[in-house]
Design a protein around this ligand. Structure first.
Ligand SMILES: C[S@@+](CC[C@H](N)C(=O)[O-])C[C@H]1O[C@@H](n2cnc3c(N)ncnc32)[C@H](O)[C@@H]1O
Length: 269
């Protein structure tokens, strides 16, 4: 496994050959300072207070839910479509964790003071429907927060920018179901009557290709694209050569921007 969120791995963790490896992927990412920092900001955007009730949709290992509970004193419920993830979340101390589909939340309307989804809408079969569900279960005046990378914002310095763009485009359009939705989260919330919407952008800049290769699998994307008929195999070989050249000459730079979008549900002052 060398691709951090691509190839639809996170749409069906339990169906993967080695589901437990996806737990390790999430743990590796959470340990990265960039991820830790934006996750902390997402917590702040939720404005959780002691005694409040919050929901994380697509909670993965449950680490973020546990962190929000400790930092705010709020009660936190987590759901994820993967039993592997929910088992982890329970093992990590999250008693209110359940297997459920974010498209069909098993909760009454207005149940929560806030809800969030971090790197989940990008995998959703029907992101609009998942968002409707997330908003349905939050009370009027409650908070919602979304985070996702937007792969339309990717850049990569190798010595063939056209080839780099081709591979990055594959990543944006095919590697994930909704790889370039994040810059549209605010519009989706606004269309659903959410108020006081804020959008914050954080750019992940990677200069250490071993981090990319071990965590994000960038070096392999071209061959994945070739295997699926989006790129000629010789171009895929060329991509790897250019990639390695960039590493050797210390020019290697990859960046992608994450959007953190938050707002308040209408209907209460
Ligand atoms: C990239 S991981 C992010 C996990 C966690 N939010 C984090 O930030 O570490 C995406 C998670 O969404 C879950 N997921 C994907 N589709 C889902 C769905 N339809 N309903 C609920 N969870 C889903 C996956 O099982 C996975 O745990």
């Amino acid at each position: 496994m060398n691709d951090h969120e691509g190839a639809h791995g996170f749409t069906s963790v339990d169906a993967q050959p080695r589901p437990a490896e996806w737990v390790r992927v999430l743990d590796r990412l959470s340990a990265e300072p960039f991820y830790a920092a934006y996750k902390q900001r997402l917590d702040e955007l939720l404005r959780a207070e002691p005694g409040g009730l919050f929901l994380e949709v697509g909670a993965g290992t449950g680490d973020a839910a546990v962190a929000l509970r400790s930092s705010s004193g709020a009660r936190v419920v987590a759901i994820d479509s993967s039993l592997t993830m929910i088992t982890q979340a329970r093992d990590r101390g999250l008693s209110h964790a359940a297997v459920a589909d974010g498209h069909r939340l098993p909760f009454a309307a207005d149940r929560f003071d806030g809800a969030w989804a971090d790197r989940v809408l990008q995998h959703a079969a029907e992101p609009a429907r998942m968002l409707n569900e997330l908003l349905r279960v939050v009370r009027p005046g409650g908070r919602v927060a979304l985070a996702d990378p937007d792969y339309d914002t990717q850049v990569l310095d190798i010595d063939d920018q056209e080839l780099a763009r081709q591979v990055l485009r594959f990543r944006a359009e095919v590697g994930l179901r909704n790889g370039s939705l994040a810059h549209r989260h605010a519009g989706l919330l606004a269309a659903r009557g959410v108020r006081d919407i804020t959008v914050e952008a954080r750019t992940l800049v990677v200069r250490d290709p071993s981090a990319v290769d071990n965590v994000m699998g960038l070096r392999t994307w071209a061959h994945t694209a070739a295997a699926r008929g989006y790129l000629h195999p010789l171009d895929a070989d060329r991509f790897v050569t250019r990639f390695d050249d960039a590493v050797r000459t210390d020019r290697f730079t990859y960046a992608v921007t994450f959007f953190l979008t938050a707002g308040t549900l209408a209907g209460s002052d």
